[in-house]
Write a protein that binds this ligand. Structure first.
Ligand code: MTE
Length: 311
């Protein structure tokens, strides 16, 4: 039996028209309820380059698994809350403010940014600090392409990201304050420029489902998932290390770097192994890999650091 219903279609071969037909079949089969959005938008199948050397050969999780087990606290604390509540999020129009140490600061419509980058598929392992993992076929482009477009000044040392604050559409931002919104994240400049670091606008050849961070999010596959901020509205180039949301909330538990490291446990979770989402009741754990398996590409970034310590 195919591992997921998408196996019926060969995504490498579909033309936009064929993909549209497939989408209609899928809608008829009820998968549309899983949160799929229109094909023709920024992350749609059209023109997406496949076969990246950075993609893992591991088999992706199903669309259903990737879109129904989420952390997106703007929509609630349970894994099912984002899927249940994100439908009301308006993602079009969308613009990203880019400021700080850049040559061309400004508010950029998403379409403009996307017209200066090349979308490609990147099948990445995704490891949450809560010790679960998935494999996700993202659609996106290297963050370095966006930074080249706006022009990074030589004094910039970090990239800070801010995500959407819109309590009227995000129930988790209403009522009792738990997080000091917006959700914030940051990277060192060399991490941001690494070819593995992408801005994702879709998955499984479709626009990004809202619960996964539509219309544009960060993906940093060698770091714990909380670094991969969703629904980004602001990118700032700075010379100071930005404070990220989890570090601010719980500095004893979460660091700035947050590189996946099986030898350093979180106070509440061993990081030696991970629960593979969708792997069934038995045999569902696997060993966690240093840098989530991306050491060949990124270990050199941390050559001076003691990997037995937590950062
Ligand atoms: N981004 C925002 N804006 N809000 C969030 O709550 N959660 C983070 C990260 N990005 C989060 C976020 C965490 S803890 C994880 S594990 C991943 O998103 C989950 O991404 P996924 O739901 O697409 O698997």
């Amino acid at each position: 039996m195919p591992r997921n219903s998408w196996d019926r279609f060969n995504w490498s071969d579909v033309t936009p028209k064929a993909a549209f037909m497939n989408r209609r079949q899928i809608m008829a089969s009820g998968l549309a309820a899983a949160g799929m959005s229109a094909l023709a938008g920024p992350g749609g199948a059209q023109g997406v380059k496949k076969g990246s050397p950075y993609s893992t050969v591991a088999e992706p999780n199903t669309f259903e698994e990737i879109t129904s087990y989420n952390n997106f606290y703007e929509f609630g604390w349970d894994k099912g809350d984002p899927k249940a509540h994100a439908g009301q999020l308006t993602t079009d129009p969308w613009s990203v403010e880019i400021d700080g140490l850049v040559d061309r600061p400004g508010s950029y419509p998403l379409e403009e940014l996307l017209s200066h980058v090349t979308l490609e598929e990147r099948i990445y392992r995704f490891r949450c600090v809560e010790a679960w993992s998935m494999v996700i076929p993202w659609v996106g482009f290297p963050l370095s392409q966006l930074l080249a477009y706006v022009g990074v000044q030589s004094s910039a040392k970090y990239v800070a990201f801010e995500t959407l604050v819109r309590p009227e559409e995000m129930p988790g931002q209403r009522g009792r304050a738990s997080i000091d919104w917006p959700y914030r994240e940051g990277l060192r400049m060399d991490e941001a420029m690494n070819p593995l670091t992408i801005m994702a606008t879709g998955l499984y050849g479709e626009d990004m489902p809202k619960q996964n961070g539509a219309p544009i999010r960060l993906i940093v596959p060698w770091k714990y998932g909380f670094k991969s901020a969703k629904s980004i509205v602001k990118i700032s180039l700075t010379d100071k290390q930005p404070l990220n949301t989890w570090q601010q909330l719980q500095p004893s538990e979460y660091g700035f770097y947050a590189n996946v490291n099986p030898t350093v446990d979180h106070p509440r979770w061993s990081q030696a192994t991970e629960r593979v989402i969708g792997a069934g009741l038995f045999g569902g754990r696997q060993e966690t890999l240093m840098f989530n398996g991306y050491g060949e590409q990124v270990a050199a970034l941390y050559s001076g650091m003691d990997l037995s310590k937590y950062y």
